[in-house]
Write a new protein. Structure first.
Length: 188
């Protein structure tokens, strides 16, 4: 939702050049999720003591064209962050993020499955993608995640900045109006 809301807000500023830089963030500490994942409702009940908190997200998603599925697991995300890191180096991060989000949130795909990630990366046009390249990103991604995870309570988390101006932050899936307000402040 946060990505979709950001895109809606950016469309209101024709002629403004936005740069989105995706950074890794681990919702669960490494090693706390099994490789095969955990059903989303089981995960949410254990973490928050509630089941079906997804229902509100599903309803909101429909309003902006996202068809969230409840038929998905929560997976370790290190491997998918490695794919995004490769995509960044090839100027394809937006394409890969969009494909990952669609595959996971709408189709319930396993974003921890190496074969799936390699196939998705190839579909997005990543060059020289193989298991060795994917694996070579692990230490870099872990290091970046440690730096970004400091003082961030959850995702999405946005740092909005313009050289010479104040940096604004937004946490959670804020509505487009919240982004628009900040963009206007930065363009004064």
């Amino acid at each position: 939702m946060g990505k979709k809301y950001l895109e809606i807000a950016m469309k209101q500023f024709q002629g403004v050049n936005f740069k989105v830089d995706w950074q890794p963030f681990f919702l669960s500490p490494e090693g706390t999720l099994p490789e095969e994942g955990v059903p989303i409702n089981d995960y949410l009940e254990e973490k928050y003591g509630k089941r079906n908190v997804n229902t509100r997200l599903i309803d909101i998603g429909k309003k902006v064209g996202i068809n969230f599925t409840e038929e998905r697991n929560i997976y370790p995300t290190l491997k998918s962050h490695c794919l995004v890191n490769i995509a960044k180096s090839q100027n394809k991060s937006d394409e890969v993020i969009e494909a990952l989000f669609h595959s996971y949130f709408e189709e319930g795909k396993n974003i921890n499955d190496t074969d799936f990630l390699l196939s998705l990366g190839e579909q997005c046009g990543l060059q020289n993608l193989d298991l060795n390249l994917l694996s070579s990103q692990v230490d870099t991604v872990k290091g970046e995640a440690i730096g970004w995870n400091y003082n961030i309570g959850g995702v999405p988390y946005f740092m909005i900045k313009k050289p010479g101006k104040k940096t604004y932050t937004l946490e959670g899936a804020q509505p487009p109006e919240a982004f628009v307000s900040i963009f206007k402040q930065l363009n004064k």
